[in-house]
Design a protein around this ligand. Sequence first.
Ligand code: ZN
Length: 281
Amino acid sequence: MTQTAILYEQPAPHVARIVLNRPEARNAQDTRLLYALNDAFDRAAQDPNVRVIILAATGPHFSSGHDLRESAADADMSQYPTVGTWCGFECAGAEGRMAREKEIYIGFSERWRNIPKPTIAQVQGKCIAGGLMLVWPCDLVVAAEDAAFMDNTVSMGVGGAEFFAHPWELGVRKAKEMLFTADWLTAQEAQRLGMVNHVVPPDRLADFTLALAERIALKPLFALKLAKEAVNAAQDAQGRLPAMQTAFALHQLAHSHNMLVHGLPIDPSGMSPAVAGKGRG
Ligand code: ZN
């Protein structure tokens, strides 16, 4: 636990690279990592010398999702400087859970999606459930040939990850199949569906992504901001935000149901015993 969970690099002029650095845990996201990641995004957003931000990960896998083994002490929100306006993190029942997930899950992902600078996700290996909530908020996605994506939350008795962008990322049919089956989506299939911009050999992933970032960083930043804002506005005009807020409410309903029926925020019947015993969801 001595190493830094998030690295911040400047590999080229006007390019910041933020790196998930918990490879021993397959870059599982605990609360501390998410706040460190948020700090790094804020630093890059506010640095006038940064025009493009890369989000990368060390180790063979991008991210295994939310850390379901995090201790209650580490998850205690009172030790973190909350950035949203929601409150009641210490409350019992659905009130506290909703507050927490509104802040660090849907809240962070939405916040990062709206950073007024181009962001590029650089993905290798497995990217599972909460891992998608780091990739999808980025503007562009470069994947290694070995990258594979999965949302297995239905197996846990929940209807989908908290940042429910599946229909926009994949189209409605593939979104349903991904959720219903929890099958892997390959990098090549994700590219065909428009979720991934480029698929490259693993040994070229970092160089290719950096070259793309450097090329974008040559453009005027204000025009980049406006282009991003315009595309995001087009997506929001299709009803993205209210649909995702509905999905988030359904996600909270699932947690509450599972607590009542199973005594856990997830349904343990579809999970391995080790994970089911701890699940925070
Ligand atoms: Zn949840």
